[in-house]
Design a protein around this ligand. Structure first.
Ligand SMILES: [Zn+2]
Ligand SMILES: [Zn+2]
Length: 246
């Protein structure tokens, strides 16, 4: 537990050291991070990581013991683990947007109207736990060790922080393959035309495969749930394409 919290603190410092300068040099929006938002997100990250260690890790460890691989991990298996983790995370995320009760939990993540890298961690603890278990499950079933699963989760967490960063970089054709800040900002867009798109956490092609990919030309003007009233929006966002409003 202590090692995990220490690893969490180190990864936090690394992300802050890398992403804070990028946000000030290449911002999408001029907004500066608010201290209250930083404190809330960091506190949630530490709490949720500890919760995952206590409640999620034992489940994955039990599964890993059942399905432990006889051979050491190969790069093929690591790639399979990354891809399957993303597909599982995609479906869990999509279900979160579909089921009213789960959307109420996930809406915590969509509440901010300004995005910065640390907003990746604004997650309800149950949302965090369910997502972590979904992402870890295929890895455990493939016999990956808890250390390998933790590495995959950590890689995804660092990458997810980048996806939320207030950084206006574009990546050309790579945007069809990998998730990028633009890809994920569209997921947070307040424009109804962007609803229920770009669910994947690592690979944009997963959304292409399942028909939910939306490649915008530019970053959305507004993000968050500001334009969605509770009665029309929460949990009832349709998976059907919404026709353009103008
Ligand atoms: Zn979402
Ligand atoms: Zn997000």
């Amino acid at each position: 537990m202590l090692a995990t919290l220490l690893g969490t603190a180190v990864s936090l410092l690394v992300m802050a050291g890398l992403l804070t300068p990028l946000e000030s040099w290449f911002p999408v929006a001029a907004a500066r991070p608010r201290a209250r938002a930083v404190v809330a997100c960091v506190a949630l990250f530490v709490f949720n990581t500890a919760l995952m260690q206590l409640a999620g890790a034992p489940v994955l460890e039990t599964l890993e013991e059942q399905f432990a691989a006889a051979e050491p991990p190969s790069w093929m298996r690591l790639l399979a683990v990354l891809v399957l983790a993303d597909v599982a995370g995609y479906w869990m995320h999509r279900v979160m947007h579909r089921v009213p009760l789960l959307w109420r939990l996930h809406a915590v993540h969509h509440a901010p109207t300004e995005l910065h890298w640390f907003e990746a961690w604004r997650q309800h603890p149950i949302d965090f736990l369910m997502h972590g278990l979904a992402v870890g499950l295929p890895s455990a079933l493939l016999g990956a060790s808890l250390a390998e699963i933790s590495s995959v989760v950590l890689i995804r967490k660092v990458f997810t922080a980048f996806l939320h960063a207030n950084v206006r970089w574009r990546f050309g054709p790579l945007e069809w393959v990998l998730a990028t800040p633009l890809f994920h900002w569209v997921h947070h867009s307040a424009d109804p035309r962007d609803y229920d798109s770009n669910f994947a956490g690592t690979f944009a092609w997963v959304d292409v495969l399942f028909g939910t990919h939306r490649r915008a030309e530019d970053f959305p003007q507004a993000v968050g749930l500001a334009s969605v009233t509770p009665t029309e929006g929460i949990g009832t966002r349709s998976l059907e394409p919404v026709p353009p409003t103008a």
